[in-house]
Write a protein that binds this ligand. Sequence first.
Ligand code: ADP
Ligand code: MG
Length: 301
Amino acid sequence: MTLLQTAPSATAPSATSLEEAGLTLPDPDRAAGRRFDIRPAVRQKVSLLLGLAGPSGSGKTYSALRLAAGIARVAGGEVVVIDTENRRAQHYADQFKFQHIDFAPPYGPLDYLGALQTAERTRPACIVIDSLSHEHDGEGGTLDCVTAELDRLAGADTSLQQKLAAAAWRKPKAARRALLSGLLRVESHVIVCIRANERTRMAREAVATEPVELGLTPVAAPEILFELTCSALLKAGAHGVPTWSSQLQGEHGAIKLPRQFAEVFKDKKPLEESHGEQLARWAAGEALSTPLKRKHRRRTA
Ligand SMILES: Nc1ncnc2c1ncn2[C@@H]1O[C@H](COP(=O)(O)OP(=O)(O)O)[C@@H](O)[C@H]1O
Ligand SMILES: [Mg+2]
C-alpha cells in the first residue's frame, strides 16, 4: 500500500485564489488534512439492484420470480416479494417459492423503506419490489407528497404555488434519498419491477409539428434508475424476452446492459433462472468471462 500525500502540483489552484474565496489549501502533513490511500483495485462482493421495466403483461413479475429463483440458488436463502399490485404476485405462488408482503397504499418512499427493512429482516437471498412505480405516481407516492406539500406551503394561491414548486420537492426528495440509500445498503439482491408507458413529447424545433415518440418510458425516480446495476426493457407481449437496444429516448432510461453482462443475455431467450444464477455469481466476485459450461465440464472430467 502506498500512502499518497497531496503535494502542490501543476493542477493545484493557487493559494491566493483559494484565500480570496475564503478557503485554505489542504495540508496533508497536518492531522486535520485529508489523507487518501491508493491500493490495487479488486472485485468485491456486491449486491445486485436489477430493474425490469415494461407495460402490463410484458413479463415483469414472472421474469423477476425466475431471476430471483436463480439468484437464490447461488446466494442461498429465500425470495421475498413486496407486492403493491393487489397481491397479483401470488398468482404465481404455485410455480415459485417465495415469501409475500402485501403492500397497500400509501406508497411514500418511507413506506417503501419500511417494507424493504421488513423484508430484509429475514436475510433473504433476493427481494423483489413489484412494483416500484407506485413510489412515483401511486396513492400517497412522491407526486402526491409534492402536491400535499405545495398545498401546505401555498394553499390555493396558484402564483405562490409556482414560486414554491422547488421548495415543495425538498421533503419528498429527502424521503426518496433515504429510500435510495436503503436500496443501496441492503445486503440481499434486489429486483425492482417498473411500469413503462408509451410517451411522446412536443418537438423543440419550431418547425416540427409532430410530437416526438419517446417510446416505453419507465415510471420511477430517475435517481433510482441511475443506480440500477442492470435493467431490461420488456416490451408489450414480450413474454419475458428483454430488449437491449433502442433508438427512442424514453427507452434509454429502461435499458442498462453493462459490458460484463452482454455474454449472459446474448441468447435472446426469456429471462430465466440461469440468468439470475450468472448475475449472482458475478456479484459474488466470480469472473463471467469464463464460460460456466466449460468450467463444469472440466470439473466432472
Ligand atoms: N421470463 C418468462 N419466461 C416465460 N414466460 C414468461 C416470462 N415472463 C412472462 N412470461 C409469460 O407472460 C405472462 C405475463 O407475465 P407477467 O410477469 O405476469 O407480466 P407483468 O408482470 O409485466 O404484468 C406470464 O404469465 C407468463 O406466461
Ligand atoms: Mg406484474
